[in-house]
Design a protein. Structure first.
Length: 210
């Protein structure tokens, strides 16, 4: 029983953590980003949430949405919409960016709230289809979900480990370049000082000062 409670708690926390509410100003753009590794499924639903004033006027403001990959590839782009969804499997590792902005910039326009349900990896999996396909339910299904969560955590840790190794290598290369530049700068300064000494020595000899 305690195991079931723990599984349900983990699943609930992971699902709720993906729900985002964001206030969109009348001008400017607001973006969300997430660092995701390759071969990860991403699902998202978004919708404009109108207030009482919009409801009385029977008008829902429209927005535009653009989703791009770490290399700038366009994954989703919609204009003049009140809701929508997008889904893709990542092919590039890095920050995936989803930007939202209002279409109407008329004077007196008000900011609107948008709701975003962003799911990645294990939270984006269709567990109902898995249950039907494998004919599992109840505790067994929750254990399969927990196994998927553990696997996702393991993959994320491996991804972070790889990124740390890459960053460490870049830092080492940068430090090596800085060290060589420092040595070269010191060598140039010493050479300039020696040349200056010889120049002054020859100058004073010509002037018969030494």
């Amino acid at each position: 029983m305690e195991l079931c409670k723990l599984v349900l708690l983990l699943l609930t926390v992971m699902t709720v953590a993906e729900a985002i509410w964001m206030e969109l100003p009348t001008s400017g753009t607001k973006c969300l980003s997430e660092d995701i590794h390759t071969n990860v499924v991403v699902l998202a639903d978004y919708s404009v949430i109108g207030d009482e004033e919009h409801a009385q006027a029977n008008v829902v403001p429209t927005i535009s949405v653009k989703v791009t990959s770490p290399f700038g590839n366009n994954l989703h782009h919609k204009e003049n919409v009140t809701h929508g969804q997008f889904a893709f499997t990542t092919t590039e590792a890095g920050n995936y960016l989803a930007c939202f902005w209002m279409d109407n910039h008329a004077p007196g326009a008000k900011a609107v709230t948008i709701g975003i349900d962003w799911k990645t990896g294990i939270t984006a999996k269709d567990w109902e289809s898995v249950a039907r396909k494998d004919k599992i339910e109840g505790v067994e299904l929750e254990l399969v979900k927990l196994e998927g969560i553990v696997q996702a955590i393991h993959e994320n840790l491996e991804y972070l480990k790889d990124r740390e190794a890459v960053m460490r290598e870049e830092n080492e290369k940068t430090n090596a370049r800085v060290a060589w530049l420092s040595i070269m700068s010191l060598g140039i300064c010493i050479a300039a000082a020696v040349l200056q000494v010889f120049y002054l020595k020859n100058f004073f000899r010509k002037k018969k000062l030494i």
